[in-house]
Write a protein that binds this ligand. Structure first.
Ligand code: PLP
Length: 376
């Protein structure tokens, strides 16, 4: 039986990406490794529209978040932590572990963070030196407007802005330099269409200056130590890097850096959402403007979500469930990879069948979804 992985991380990777990992290993001290590293950096620079340096850690997204916390926070720092779900909360927990004093700002599950909310909180807490934001909250499928949020904070009052881009980078615009982000964390296994295992950290000039002046609370995640080897003529990693994952990332970036990639992700999200609603499910994110191009979450008001999930699994279709307070209440389907109309119709057709006795409430879901796919 074919299996269709629809979890929001890991996401399916292409045959080319899988195959690239089977290439013979090369040593990580030497020109060949450096040129591959530079090729990855160059592609990331195009994706992020920034020439800034990116550090690659052998870690998952949580490791990249911890790197930001270890380098930018501590008992001497007050942090404004904005959360609208599980991952915003996680960033907060990591920071608490590093001893930071934390001010919480929360949006309800399924709702997004508005520029007004954050601008007001910054205004009220001028002693906060760091602001934490999540671009795409994967637990609910919310996309926060990071560019507009930052723009709403007067430049001279901006704390250091650290962003969890673990489930956004690669699938939607994320332009840290243009937007005014100081530290961006992401990972390989979601929008970057690479197997799990790489955590990426990008810093602004202000970010690099700050890490130079602060003592990092971690040895392995010390960004200043990383910077020193990046600045060599032949940049490298201070410790042994997962070379095969670098091969995969280098390959996967070529698949993302095509014209119209972000539009395709938005189209897939729009079409899937239209079909899902027409099937009788209820989208968790009510406001269209906050819906993620990478993952869609939905519940079944009149029915049993665990039963639908179970039926999907029996077909070989594997989405994710809810986390924390949403456990057992929602299904999350991802569309980070090259999901187009055939994959959408497969997901919707499978959902229809999985509805069982709840099928009575279904509308003309294929028509609705296809019109949304074709529409603007
Ligand atoms: C997946 C995810 C994480 C955690 O990443 P891991 O790779 O599982 O450690 C953090 N933040 C967001 C927004 C995520 O989607």
């Amino acid at each position: 039986m074919n299996r269709y992985l629809m979890t929001p991380g890991p996401v399916p990777v292409s045959t080319e990406v899988s195959r690239s990992q089977a290439k013979p290993l090369i040593g990580h001290r030497g020109g060949e490794f450096s040129s591959m590293f530079l090729s990855i950096e160059d592609k990331l620079a195009r994706l992020l529209k920034s020439g800034g340096r990116t550090v690659l850690f052998p870690a998952s997204g949580t490791g990249a978040l911890e790197a930001l916390a270890a380098n930018f926070t501590g008992p001497d720092v007050k942090v404004l932590s904005v959360s609208c779900g599980v991952f915003g909360d996680r960033f907060r927990e990591i920071t608490a572990l590093y001893g930071a004093d934390i001010v919480n700002v929360d949006a309800a599950l399924g709702e997004g963070v508005t520029p007004e909310m954050v601008a007001e909180a910054v205004e009220r807490n001028p002693d906060c030196g760091v602001l934490f934001l999540t671009q795409n909250e994967t637990s609910t499928g919310v996309l926060n407007p990071i560019d507009r949020i930052i723009a709403a904070i007067p430049k001279e009052k901006r704390p250091l802005i650290l962003v969890d881009g673990v489930s956004s980078v690669g699938a939607m615009p994320c332009f840290p330099e243009e937007w005014g982000i100081d530290g961006l964390a992401t990972a390989s296994q979601k929008g970057l269409l690479t197997p799990p295992g790489l955590g990426l950290v990008w810093l602004s000039e202000r970010g690099w200056k700050t890490v130079k002046e602060r003592k990092c609370q971690s040895y392995y995640f010390d960004l200043e130590r990383q910077r020193k080897v990046l600045d060599k003529d032949a940049p490298e990693n201070p410790y042994t890097p997962p070379v095969s994952l670098y091969y995969a990332l280098d390959e996967a970036l070529d698949e993302i850096l095509i014209d119209g990639w972000f539009d395709l992700r938005r189209r897939a999200a729009r079409s899937l959402a239209a079909g899902i609603e027409s099937l009788g499910f209820s989208l968790l994110v009510k406001d269209k403007n906050f819906r993620s191009p990478g993952v869609t979450a939905f519940s079944l008001p009149s029915g049993d979500i665990p039963a639908v999930s179970k039926a999907l699994k029996a077909f070989g279709v594997e989405p994710a469930g809810g986390q924390a307070d949403l456990k057992g209440k929602i299904i999350r389907m991802s569309h980070y990879h090259d999901v187009r109309w055939p994959e959408i119709s497969l997901a919707l057709g499978s959902l229809y069948a999985a509805l069982g006795s709840n099928r009575a409430g279904c509308g003309d879901f294929m028509k609705e979804a296809f019109e949304a796919w074709e529409g603007e």
